[in-house]
Design a protein around this ligand. Structure first.
Ligand code: FNR
Length: 366
């Protein structure tokens, strides 16, 4: 138990160290909009709210799953929840495994509901847990949704990690069938491929967050925690959020009807989102909302809940301004913008047979 707790604190410390290293180039820098100087609109006409199946969120971004279970991380969850309550941002917690066996650790998660009784809150568990665990996690937080993370790269790099991934898909299927609230399947910074998204659709998953590479790097975090079990040879493994979005199968990106006959699938994105321009780029590539972990974590560590409230307000204003610049009144309008895919992202598109010319001429179809 002690080692599981210290792992949570290590993750925060090492993720924060990555945040303070200064800027690095990512796939977000390889995506550009073709600028059309007379196509803008008025920010007062912009509506930032997004419809995600049965949910309406006030902004197209949310606090992604990070932490809980120790004294330090309970304080972080409290600060994040205070800011979420103040701004209306949806929020997820980190893996609740520890909370299911330990009442003291559970307080580091339930604090989120105490601080934000009416907000949209997501629980979080890893693949490999039972349907009963999923029900208990949802109950503990009175959660509106349950994030289920699939993190095989991270597990591989962890000495204490799982090595057998062969039962994950059938386990996920059981949880999706039994969970009383919708399940959001996510990676933790290595991306969900086209093939993975198809498998998820086949087992009835309605919400997926591709959580791609380029932001918080869990391979490096685990290598730093256990240098003797070095897996740094995998550096750069996985796909970025934008690559995953461009590669996503049409059942995730177009209006398709699920088995229940009413709902559409909802594709979310995260991984390396630093600012509102990154948010807008992910929306333009088909994400319906964008998760932010490392950037918001660093803000509450440095400036507390008030600092995060200020940042969220700034992001809201700037996101509206960017929508107006690009001529979008609603976030779904951004999927009609003309995109240039350069550099690494462009090469990924070429290798995967994605039609880059069509992406750069989307306004022709309007
Ligand atoms: C995470 N992330 C994460 N994800 C998850 O599903 N369960 C978890 O317990 C955690 N734990 C965790 C701890 C810390 C400190 C961070 C920063 C992140 C992963 C997170 O949700 C996200 O997928 C990645 O961090 C990529 O997004 P960013 O950080 O680049 O915005």
């Amino acid at each position: 138990k002690a080692s599981r707790a210290s792992r949570k604190d290590d993750h925060v410390r090492l993720a924060s160290a990555q945040q303070t290293e200064g800027p690095r180039r990512t796939d977000f820098d390889d995506l550009e909009f073709v600028h059309h100087a007379l196509s803008g609109t008025n920010p007062e006409l912009v509506d930032l709210s997004v419809e995600l199946g049965d949910w309406t969120w006030p902004t197209p971004f949310y606090v992604n799953g990070m932490t809980g279970g120790t004294e330090t991380t309970a304080k972080i969850n409290r600060d994040l929840a205070i800011a979420a309550a103040e701004t209306g941002l949806p929020m997820a917690c980190g893996s609740m495994s520890v909370a299911l066996d330990d009442a003291e650790a559970a307080k580091g998660f339930t604090v989120i509901r105490e601080e934000n009784p009416d907000g949209f809150v997501m629980g979080n568990l890893g693949a490999g847990r039972s349907a009963d665990d999923a029900r208990r996690a949802v109950e503990l937080l009175n959660a509106d949704a349950l994030q289920l993370h699939i993190n095989p790269v991270q597990e591989t790099a962890m000495p204490e990690g799982t090595r057998d991934f062969s039962t994950w898909l059938s386990g996920l299927e059981d949880i999706v069938a039994a969970c009383p609230v919708p399940v959001v399947v996510k990676e933790v910074g290595f991306g969900l491929s086209r093939r993975t998204l198809t498998l998820l659709a086949d087992i009835g998953v309605q919400y997926a967050d591709v959580s791609g590479a380029g932001g918080t790097d869990f391979l490096r975090i685990e290598n730093d925690r256990s240098p003797a079990a070095d897996f740094s040879m995998l550096t750069g493994f996985g796909q970025s959020a934008l690559a995953c979005l461009l590669d996503a199968p049409s059942e995730w990106t177009t209006e398709t009807t699920m088995d229940d006959g009413v709902s559409n699938r909802v594709l979310l994105a995260s991984g390396g989102v630093r600012n509102p321009y990154d948010v807008v780029k992910a929306l333009a590539c088909g994400a319906r909302a964008v998760g932010v972990a490392g950037t918001f974590l660093q803000t509450v560590l440095d400036h507390g809940p008030d600092g995060l409230v200020d940042l969220v307000r700034t992001w809201q204003t700037q996101t509206s301004a960017l929508f107006a610049l690009l001529g979008a009144e609603r976030s779904t309008d951004l999927t009609g913008t003309d995109l240039l895919t350069r550099g690494r992202l462009g090469e990924f598109a070429r290798l995967r047979g994605i039609d880059a010319t069509a992406l750069s001429h989307r306004t022709d179809a309007l």
